[in-house]
Ligand binder design. Structure first.
Ligand code: PMP
Length: 386
């Protein structure tokens, strides 16, 4: 075992795929302190800039004073507090679904939900670029599992026509490494045609897409019949932590009874739920954050296009620049850091080989001037490296 571990690490290094963590010594905001030096960050998923908002901090500290820190147990034992309950009701209301159920993380929500819905003999169909937690959920579910080409609705239709048992189609709403949207209106239509259920992971859409920020479902105007399983996380645009699934009474009660990652884990700290609740109100009632973010996205894309950088087909806060091989992507990221900018190089296995990229994310906490600073740094690095 010792030799295997050492050999694996050596191989990762040789492939330029070694991952290392950085130590952040400040709150989540654009101006960060990282490993003892100031960096302007463009890699956070805090899309609305709420992670460090005074109202979240206040809600968190007030709830911690009342409930303490730990929830003490799982939801079904004695860990389900009033704060969790209130958040579930607020989420159901925001998403226009009958009920919502909190999970401790998005990863667990995806694993638990897929496995609770399908059995052996059923079929799970997923987009090829779905998040790892969805793919893992499909593989672990015991159902037949197959992937369709990215956003290829025609291929999905063919696979559905040939599928057996209960059919569950699963897709990201916004793809986390590309920033593009799934064509949910078309996917929902093909699901209806083949009597399949649709599950959407809207980790990167919830809070930012749609008129009121209620996510991809709102953006495409899909109700609970068309999109029966709506999942999203609270650690990105909502600036907090955790995740939820929203849908019908029968769906939620099934998850409470059968979703093992729901049943067998400690409930989130109540203070985290209270902070999420405060964040939902801000996300819903202050559309100016989304407007500002959208202006920054246009500003960035215009500037990057004039530099001839290889942008992807995205109008969301996720604005990757395609580089190609892992080594070059890493060199861009390191050169940007020398310019005071923190952008992660995303490499295999997170993305397919040959499609390594800089994953730039914008947030409502950035200023137009900071976006210009990023563009200046990109121009500088481009001159130096190409
Ligand atoms: N789904 C998607 C699309 C994600 O990007 C993420 C987080 N990277 C998750 C699920 C997992 O959510 P969490 O971080 O809450 O486990």
């Amino acid at each position: 075992m010792k030799q295997r571990l050492a050999a694996r690490l050596a191989e990762r290094r040789a492939q330029h795929l070694y991952r290392r963590r950085r130590e952040v010594q400040s709150a989540q905001q654009p101006a960060l302190n990282v490993d003892g030096k100031p960096l302007l960050g463009f890699c956070s998923n805090d899309y609305l800039g709420l992670a460090n908002h005074p109202r979240l901090i206040e809600a968190f500290t007030q709830a911690a004073s009342r409930y303490g820190v730990g929830s003490g147990a799982s939801h079904l034992v004695c860990g389900h507090s009033h704060e969790h309950h209130a958040l579930e009701q607020a989420l159901a209301d925001y998403t226009g679904r009958e009920r919502a159920l909190l999970f401790s993380t998005g990863y667990m929500a995806n694993l638990g939900t897929i496995a609770a819905l399908v059995e052996s003999g059923d079929t799970v169909l997923q987009d090829k670029l779905n998040h790892a937690s969805l793919l893992d959920g499909g593989l672990a579910s015991g159902a037949k599992f197959s992937r369709y080409l990215h956003n290829d609705v025609a291929q999905l239709g063919k696979k559905l026509a040939a599928a057996s048992g209960e059919k569950l189609v699963v897709t990201d709403g916004v793809f986390s490494m590309d920033g593009d949207l799934a064509p949910l209106d078309q996917i929902a239509a093909v699901c209806a045609q083949h009597n399949a259920w649709l599950m959407v992971d809207d980790a990167h859409g919830f809070g930012v897409l749609g008129e009121t920020g209620a996510g991809s479902a709102e953006y495409f105007g899909l109700n609970s019949e068309q999109l029966p399983v709506y999942m999203a996380t609270l650690g990105k645009a909502i600036g907090s932590f955790g995740a939820f699934v929203a849908g019908s009474e029968a769906l939620i009660e099934n998850l409470i009874q059968f979703a093992r990652p729901y049943i067998y884990t400690t409930a989130l700290p109540p203070a985290v739920a209270a902070a999420s609740c405060a964040a939902l109100a801000l996300a819903r009632n202050e559309p100016e954050r989304r407007q500002h973010l959208n202006q920054l996205i246009v500003r960035f894309r215009t500037g990057a296009a004039s530099l001839d950088l290889d942008l992807m087909d995205s109008f969301t806060a996720i604005q990757p620049i395609r580089i190609g091989d892992a080594d070059t992507a890493l060199r861009w990221s390191q050169a940007l850091e020398q310019q005071g900018i923190w952008v992660g190089a995303i490499r295999p296995p997170t993305v397919p080989a040959g499609s390594s990229r800089l994953r730039i994310t914008l947030t409502a906490a950035h200023t137009a001037q900071q976006v210009d600073q990023l563009l200046d740094a990109l121009a500088h690095v481009q001159r130096a490296l190409t």
